[in-house]
Design a protein around this ligand. Structure first.
Ligand SMILES: Nc1nc2c(ncn2[C@@H]2O[C@H](COP(=O)(O)OP(=O)(O)O)[C@@H](O)[C@H]2O)c(=O)[nH]1
Ligand SMILES: [Mg+2]
Length: 213
């Protein structure tokens, strides 16, 4: 689908997010996952990539997801409910070297179990720092999602930290990295939670995915 074809979904996306999102629960084991079958959209990425900040910008509820300067702090799967429409899931970040090994293993297992086995998971937004591009552990997650046949979309974050002239090439590189993966959605989104850029396009992706397109 071309970018022009997203336009009808921009308004629908804005409408969708007029409903305030609320925190539902923090999950540390598979048994605690919600059982109400609402569709889910998950935010994955390295710790500190900007997952929580983007969820706050997306929902317009500041402080909804806890953004933090301390990488690796979000160690639960945090579920937010958007009206009765869907769940937004803030996943624990990966690639935080200073975290205790046991903790890393536990939450890596949990993330993998969730991502591989969740029928109602509609799409994963794979967040990539616009400055750094796709890194090795991002590739690992992408391979895992390919195998599990979970659709994911690359979302560049912190674009305000990249000089505007360099942004198109960052988007192109991310697109090329995604292109090799079967389950990767072909459009790359460029966002800045801080400057509120790309937020309407991200909302439109929710509207589009929920409409079944
Ligand atoms: N400049 C800039 N900083 C951001 C942006 N989004 C997040 N950050 C900062 O990056 C750090 C990590 O953000 P956070 O949302 O906690 O990342 P998470 O670990 O992936 O949830 C925090 O210091 C945020 O203020 C952005 O769009 N622009
Ligand atoms: Mg976080």
């Amino acid at each position: 689908m071309s970018e022009e074809q997203n336009i009808p979904f921009i308004e629908a996306g804005k409408e969708l997010f007029k409903t305030p999102a609320v925190f539902e629960r923090g999950v540390t084991t598979v048994e605690q996952l919600p059982t109400d079958n609402l569709l889910e959209f998950a935010f994955a990425g390295r710790s500190n990539v900007g997952k929580s900040s983007l969820i706050n910008a997306l929902t317009g509820v500041s402080g909804l997801a806890r953004a933090s300067n301390t990488p690796g702090r979000t160690q639960e799967l945090n579920f937010f409910k958007l009206g009765n429409t869907c769940h937004i899931v803030d996943l624990p970040g990966y690639g935080y070297a200073a975290a205790p090994e046991k903790a890393v293993q536990a939450w890596t297992q949990l993330i993998h179990a969730y991502l591989r086995g969740r029928v109602q998971l509609r799409r994963v937004f794979l967040l990539i720092d616009a400055r750094h591009g796709v890194m090795k552990n991002d590739q690992n997650i992408m391979r895992m999602l390919d195998k599990a046949a979970v659709t994911y979309q690359i979302v560049l974050t912190k674009t305000d930290k990249v000089p505007a002239v360099l942004l198109p090439s960052k988007v192109r590189s991310a697109h090329t990295a995604g292109h090799r993966h079967v389950a990767c959605y072909p459009q790359v989104l460029a966002t800045s939670a801080q400057k509120k850029q790309g937020i309407d396009l991200l909302r439109a992706e929710f509207a589009k995915a929920l409409s079944g397109v």
